[in-house]
Design a protein around this ligand. Structure first.
Ligand SMILES: Cc1cc2nc3c(=O)[nH]c(=O)nc-3n(C[C@H](O)[C@H](O)[C@H](O)COP(=O)(O)OP(=O)(O)OC[C@H]3O[C@@H](n4cnc5c(N)ncnc54)[C@H](O)[C@@H]3O)c2cc1C
Length: 290
C-alpha cells in the first residue's frame, strides 16, 4: 500500500488524509503547529458550513482530530517539513528524513507582511493572546478585510480601545462585520497608510500618513491584517504558483487547499473538496500506471 505524506493539518490536509485512507492508501499527516490550521484564528461561530449551523471553530477542530483518530491516521503535530528532495526524501526541521513516494501539500496561507521601518514591532500574536494583555493604550489594527474587522470587533467587545486604519475608503470585510464595527463605534481612519513604528518607554508610536498629513498615535500593539498569501515553500513545491497543481505521478507532489485556491473561493468546504480531489487523483493515477 502506497504511503503518502500529507503536509498541513488544516481542513484541506485533514480531508485529503481521510480520503486517502478511505481509498486504501496509508497517509501520514505532518503539521508544524496544531491540527486545525486557520480554524485557530476563527473566533466567531462559522455561519456557512452546510449541516453545521454556527459550529464554533474549536468544536470543528475537535471533530477533525476525532475523525483522524477514527481512521487511525498517524498525526505528527509540531513537525515542520522543510524540503522534499528529488530522491523523494521528506526532510523535517527536526533533522529527520523519511522516504515517501507521494506528497499531498496543503500549507494554507501566511499573513502578508508590511515592509516599513520598525516592522519588528508589529505583533505576531493572535487576537486571543492580545486579549490577555493589560493595557489602556489603543490597539492599532491595519487592514480592511475580515481578519482586521474580526480582530477589531473581538477586542472592542472585550472593552479594549481599538483604532482601525485602512489605505482605501471601502472595505473587503463582510457587511455584518462592517455594521458591527459601526455599532461598536470603533474609530476608522481611511486613506491612511502606516509609515513607521517607533518604540518609546511604555508605548509604541505609530506614524501614519492620511491624505498628505502626518499623524502619530501612541499605541500598545500594532496588528497588521492586510491579507494573506500562499505559504508555499519553494523547497516543497515547484513555483510559480500557476504551475503548482501537477499531476501526481509525474511530480510526486500535489498542492491543495487555500494555497492554490483563487481568493474568493478560499473556504472550509473548498479545502475539503480540494483534499478529496487530490486523494482521488492519486488513486486513479496509481491504478493507471500499475
Ligand atoms: C478569521 C478567519 C475567518 C474565517 N471564516 C471562515 C468561514 O466562516 N467559513 C469558511 O468556510 N472559511 C472561513 N475561513 C477560511 C478557512 O479557515 C480556510 O479556507 C481553511 O482553513 C483552509 O484550509 P487549508 O487546509 O487549505 O489551510 P489552513 O487552514 O491554512 O491549514 C494549513 C496548515 O498547514 C500547516 N503547514 C504549512 N506549512 C507547513 C509545513 N511546511 N510543515 C508542516 N505544516 C505546515 C500550517 O501550520 C496550517 O496548520 C476563515 C479564515 C479566517 C482566518
Amino acid at each position: 500500500m502506497a504511503q503518502v505524506a500529507v503536509i498541513g493539518g488544516g481542513p484541506g490536509g485533514v480531508s485529503c488524509a481521510i480520503w486517502l485512507k478511505r481509498l486504501g492508501l496509508e497517509p501520514v499527516l505532518y503539521e508544524r503547529g496544531h491540527i486545525g490550521g486557520q480554524l485557530h484564528d476563527i473566533s466567531l461561530p462559522i455561519p456557512d458550513l452546510p449541516g453545521e449551523p454556527l459550529i464554533t471553530a474549536r468544536e470543528l477542530i475537535e471533530r477533525l482530530k476525532h475523525h483522524l483518530k477514527t481512521w487511525e491516521i498517524p498525526v505528527f503535530e509540531g513537525q515542520e517539513v522543510i524540503a522534499y528532495r528529488d530522491d523523494q526524501i521528506l526532510v523535517l526541521k527536526s533533522g529527520q528524513e523519511v522516504y515517501y513516494p507521494h506528497i499531498a501539500y496543503a500549507p494554507g496561507l501566511r499573513i502578508r507582511e508590511l515592509d516599513i521601518p520598525g516592522r519588528e514591532w508589529i505583533t505576531q500574536q493572535s487576537t486571543s493572546e492580545i486579549l490577555n494583555m493589560n493595557t489602556d493604550l489603543p490597539i492599532l489594527i491595519v487592514g480592511g478585510g475580515d481578519r482586521a474587522f474580526e480582530a477589531a470587533i473581538r477586542l472592542a467587545q472585550a472593552k479594549r480601545p481599538v483604532i482601525l486604519i485602512h489605505r482605501r475608503d471601502h472595505f473587503r470585510a463582510r457587511p455584518d462585520f462592517q455594521a458591527k464595527v459601526q455599532q461598536l463605534h470603533i474609530p476608522i481612519y481611511v486613506h491612511t497608510h502606516l509609515q513607521s513604528i517607533e518604540s518609546v518607554p511604555g508605548a509604541l508610536i505609530a506614524h501614519v500618513e492620511q491624505n498628505g498629513h502626518d499623524l502619530s498615535f501612541p499605541v500598545s500593539v500594532v496588528m497588521v491584517r492586510i491579507g494573506m498569501e500562499p505559504d508555499i515553500q519553494p523547497g516543497l513545491c515547484p513555483l510559480p504558483i500557476s504551475d503548482v497543481v501537477p499531476l501526481w505521478p509525474r511530480a510526486h507532489v500535489r498542492c491543495l487547499g487555500d494555497a492554490v485556491s483563487p481568493v474568493p473561493f478560499r473556504s472550509i468546504v473548498s479545502a475539503y473538496a480540494s483534499g478529496m480531489m487530490a486523494a482521488k487523483e492519486l488513486v486513479m493515477n496509481l491504478r493507471h500506471h500499475a
